[in-house]
Design a protein around this ligand. Structure first.
Ligand code: IPD
Ligand code: CA
Length: 290
């Protein structure tokens, strides 16, 4: 039988009752919204680059740092026994068995340019979030302030979108059945060598799908799969903070998720798609696995 690559079978702490999971989801949404407002309301008029990471184009702004500081302070106050893993601040240990995985601005390059496709991503996970394939998200939220949208999901409770006007809608993946009419999202890393390889994959995919979109925020790409605005998404090289909240939202909306053949969603490959096109998308990404 084919191995289930939806999520690793990580033991759940006894404290995680459905009520607690729902409370954690709501807290994730309110923290993501608060940080999302901060990065819009307090964006300096001349926003510069504070630091670079994997390459000269992998940037950190002062607002990435402030957003993460705010998230960490709030989590420490509300959930003092939980661990935290953040894109800018790394890992802080906890004792509860739960880890908050936060991306203070996903889509930093878009944010720098004033392009509206960026978001704050906040998830609660079980397992060891520093080890590939050893963790899974149980609740999460992605708040996109310039879209006026907050996506959220929790284990066995579905996925929802709350819009600026306060409306709440259940999310469902598309019913797409054929790759050749599928709209597929993807993303690229910041290192030129990696991009060369990613370019080869997208060149192979392009003639086999309706079209390809590169939004610039992995977290939002996953939410767009959840909302049926994309039929599928894949990317190699993403990190736990890009993935965690979007993964639970996409899965709860009915997406099939996984990684390279036989692996969980992770750094080597992250795939989320309408269940009927998932196998052909993976076949196209990994032609030798057929
Ligand atoms: C990036 C975005 C982008 C994806 C990159 C990520 P950042 O995160 O999610 O869409 O293609 O792989 O690193 O740097 O904006 O937080
Ligand atoms: Ca990110």
């Amino acid at each position: 039988m084919e191995r289930d690559t939806t999520a690793p079978d990580v033991p759940m702490p006894d404290s995680l009752t459905p009520d607690v999971v729902a409370t954690l989801r709501d807290l994730a949404a309110s923290l993501a919204d608060e940080a999302a407002h901060l990065i819009v309301d307090e964006r300096p008029r001349t926003l510069g680059v504070e630091a670079t990471k994997s390459s000269e184009v992998d940037v950190v702004t002062v607002m990435d740092q402030r957003s993460e500081r705010l998230l960490r302070e709030r989590i420490r106050t509300e959930r003092p026994h939980d661990a935290i893993l953040g894109e800018e601040g790394g890992a802080t240990e906890g004792t509860s068995g739960l880890t908050w995985v936060v991306d203070p601005i996903d889509g930093t390059v878009n944010y720098l340019y004033g392009h509206p496709f960026f978001a704050v991503s906040v998830a609660v996970c079980v397992g060891d979030t520093t080890q590939e394939g050893a963790w899974r998200p149980v609740a999460g939220a992605v708040s996109a302030p310039l879209l006026g949208e907050t996506f959220m999901g929790a284990l066995d409770m579905g996925a929802h979108l709350v819009t600026r006007d306060g409306r709440r809608a259940e999310l469902h993946v598309s019913e797409c059945e054929r790759l050749d009419v599928a709209l597929i999202g993807t993303g690229f890393g910041y290192e030129a060598r990696k991009r060369e390889a990613q370019g080869e994959v997208v060149a192979r995919l392009l003639p086999q799908v309706r079209d390809v979109r590169r939004g610039g925020s992995a977290a939002l790409d996953l939410c767009f799969v959840a909302a049926g605005r994309l039929d599928g998404y894949y990317e190699s090289g993403i990190n736990a903070w890009d993935q965690a909240a979007g993964q639970i939202i996409a899965t709860e909306a009915g997406a099939r998720t996984g990684g390279a053949p036989g692996s969980f969603m992770g750094k080597e490959m992250a795939v989320a798609a309408a269940p009927k096109i998932y196998p052909s998308l993976v076949d196209c990404l990994f032609p030798k696995s057929r």
